[in-house]
Design a protein around this ligand. Sequence first.
Ligand code: GDD
Ligand code: GTP
Length: 408
Amino acid sequence: KVVAVILVGGPTKGTRFRPLSLNVAKPLFPLAGQPMVQHPILACKKIENLAHIYLIGFYEDREFALYTSALSNELKVPVRYLKEDKPHGSAGGLYQFRDLILEEDPTDIIVLNCDVCCSFPLTDMLAFHRKCGGMGTILVKKVSPEVASEFGELVADSDSGELLHYAEKPETFVSDLINCGVYIFSPEIFIAIQDVKSARHDRAVLRRLTSFEALQSATKTLSADFIRLDQDILTPLAGKKKLYAYETQDFWEQIKVPGISLRCSALYLGQYRTTSPHLLAKSDSKGAIVSGDVYIHPSAKTHPSAKIGPNVSISANARIGPGVRLIGCIILDDVEIEENAVVMNAIIGWKSSLGRWARVQGGGDYTTKLGITILGEGVSVEDEVVVINCIVLSHKTLNRSVHEEIIL
Ligand code: GDD
Ligand code: GTP
């Protein structure tokens, strides 16, 4: 049997994703019309003998309870949210729920970061993992040397794939091969985490015996159960014939800043062409003219004279008026766009409204802070107002045109 675990983090994480994470937990923000975390969940669902999917995080239960119960029914695989009382780190969180994860005696445990966007080639990776027979397999990808230091960098043997060296976000260049945050482990991983835990505990006890600085020892012992998968587990296990790297040539992105969600949404829409063509909108007599990859929620209404696409996703109950043009954007729930407005390279927040002939656009550079335009919840852009490369926080009314501004 196989069990999948997705690390979803909690409310103190993901501050860089604001303002989009002010209304909804980041893992539930929609990309290509489906919550971010649903893309890895659907990839896990394709694995043979998948017994359970667990989401581990420190958000309140209610943020995920409804979502997981609806999804369990739909997928016919139990999906359950497990809440940590506090952040334990990516390996510490896993360890806390080891009894549940091991309950059905799985042979393999898939562990995924929820804030990555990729094709999740889990079936091929699982076959590779079983062939290598190691304790763990990491999905890796070659990136340009300039950006590699934002991630875990690693060196692997080119023949066997064995992980030889691992450095988490190193200051000096190690390798252009990076950790994608997608893992498959054998149950032995819990012994490795236990070993780190015990070593820390022993050191803390020793410190308490030898030091009179009670405060110092108290703060050190507090962090004894905070264990990170990368620094605390991968680094020491590299070069010990226990871990292997599986390289992907497909797309991969990390989702930290809001702008990247436009790119990820486009990547997932492109993937629908082969995985779920039924989710892609087509031009028909009832709705707008569609060009390229577009997702439109069944409850959204689009006027037949609007033109939508490529790379657009429109969420529930949005209303798109006559003559509207939408390109490369995410339109969230209950947005209203009036006639002849244009939206390009932008994210329009829940319940926002754009007046007639309004224009909301970004330059399209996802990597810079003001490369796209983001409107928070309930923003109202009045008729004929032009908004370019701006971030607008919730509940603002824009009655004049703005350019490269953050409007708080
Ligand atoms: N449940 C739980 N508890 N989840 C956590 C915790 C925790 O205490 N801490 C982090 N996570 C989750 C995050 O939500 C995220 O999905 C994942 O674990 C990794 O988050 P970080 O530990 O903050 O690492 P990172 O995202 O900066 O970098 C990691 O991922 C990169 C790939 O995206 C590293 O493993 C890098 O090496 C890697 O390249
Ligand atoms: P920042 O530097 O603050 O962006 O955080 P980080 O990189 O340490 O956090 P990271 O982006 O790795 O944390 C990501 C995880 O936090 C995501 O996977 C989400 O589970 C969660 N998260 C992100 N944004 C928010 C948010 O605003 N609200 C809540 N409730 N959770 C979030």
